[in-house]
Ligand binder design. Structure first.
Ligand code: SAM
Length: 287
């Protein structure tokens, strides 16, 4: 069975397997070949690459990944898709489908088992109900990743790649940009899927940095500072940080901000990663 990626063959497969899509699992299947080609091109795969796919669905992207890379591991939660994938992937010997929940899987062990010490590229059309937890798991578990090319809701993608000063810039922008350099691959309209999602989509490539974007004494303190700064957006930075349970009085916090040259009246959404790092590293000295 070749080419899942067009409306008629997708519908044919759905009928053949009497498969009904589950909205709560984020099942919106891509049916536009030109979009798929652009995603694969954007992922910059070579024949030597090890690829992790999250949510293969009926296997349209998986087929293309198998043709473009050395080895593919695809993690799909829905048992009902396994017989479909068996048919759509039967021609490929370089793919392993794992039935499981990506959020519960021990990814470090799984990648080690299938790819050894090779760097891995993640390529996925993500289930939108868990976009952020999946991205944070991939970034925080310090896996041996080279890049993450993902389709997400446009609104989330805009937050991930936002720069200081805009309303989209927030804790998610800082968290992702601490570990990776995001860039936009393409925008994808709802009619590229069945069923059509209610939102526009965007494909981003996150190139994993060889070391985090800024140097911090304590990652957990850095992220506590970021969280507190964005916690109460209408407050000044001084008030937000003082209210953020960081254990310092307002006077002490004032001193910290002064000493790193950050105006206390600024808002969290105007601070660069380096400024957050400077504050966190100064605060570290108080503990
Ligand atoms: N890759 C296919 C495509 O592009 O047409 C399907 C993409 S669809 C947006 C998301 C897929 O992720 C679905 O197949 C869904 O069953 C699967 N999925 C949902 N939650 C998951 C989870 N926690 N772990 C692994 N896969 C999941």
């Amino acid at each position: 069975m070749k080419n899942v990626i067009n409306p008629s063959s997708t519908k044919e497969l759905l009928k053949q397997f009497d498969f009904r899509m589950t909205k709560s699992l984020g099942q919106n299947f891509l049916i536009d070949k030109s979009i798929l080609d652009k995603i694969i091109e954007g992922a910059e795969l070579t024949k030597d690459d090890s690829v992790l796919e999250i949510g293969p669905g009926m296997g349209s992207m998986t087929q293309k990944l198998c043709e473009s890379a050395a080895k593919v591991v695809a993690v799909e939660i829905d048992k009902k898709l396994l017989p479909v994938l068996k048919v759509t992937l039967e021609e490929y010997e370089n793919v392993t489908v794992i039935n499981g929940d990506i959020l519960k899987l021990n990814l470090k062990d799984t990648l080690q088992e299938h790819f050894g010490d090779r760097k891995v590229k993640v390529v996925a059309n993500l289930p939108y109900y868990i976009t952020t937890p999946i991205i944070m798991k991939l970034l925080e578990e310090k896996l041996n990743l080279n890049s993450i090319t993902i389709m997400v809701q446009k609104e989330v993608g805009d937050r991930i790649k936002a720069v200081p000063g805009g309303k989209e810039y927030g804790a998610l922008s800082v968290a992702v940009q601490y570990y990776a350099k995001p860039s936009q691959v393409l925008l994808v309209p709802p009619h590229s899927f069945i069923p059509q999602p209610e939102v526009d989509s965007i494909v981003l490539k996150l190139d994993i940095l060889s070391k985090p974007a800024v140097e911090v004494e304590s990652e957990s303190l850095f992220f506590r500072v970021v969280k507190a700064s964005f916690g109460q957006r209408r407050k000044t930075l001084l008030n937000a940080l003082t209210a953020g349970n960081l254990g310092l009085s307002k006077e002490q916090m004032k001193e910290v901000l002064n000493s790193v040259g950050v105006e206390e009246s600024r808002r969290g959404e105007t601070l660069s990663l380096q400024e957050f790092a400077n504050i966190a590293n100064k605060l570290y000295k108080y503990f």
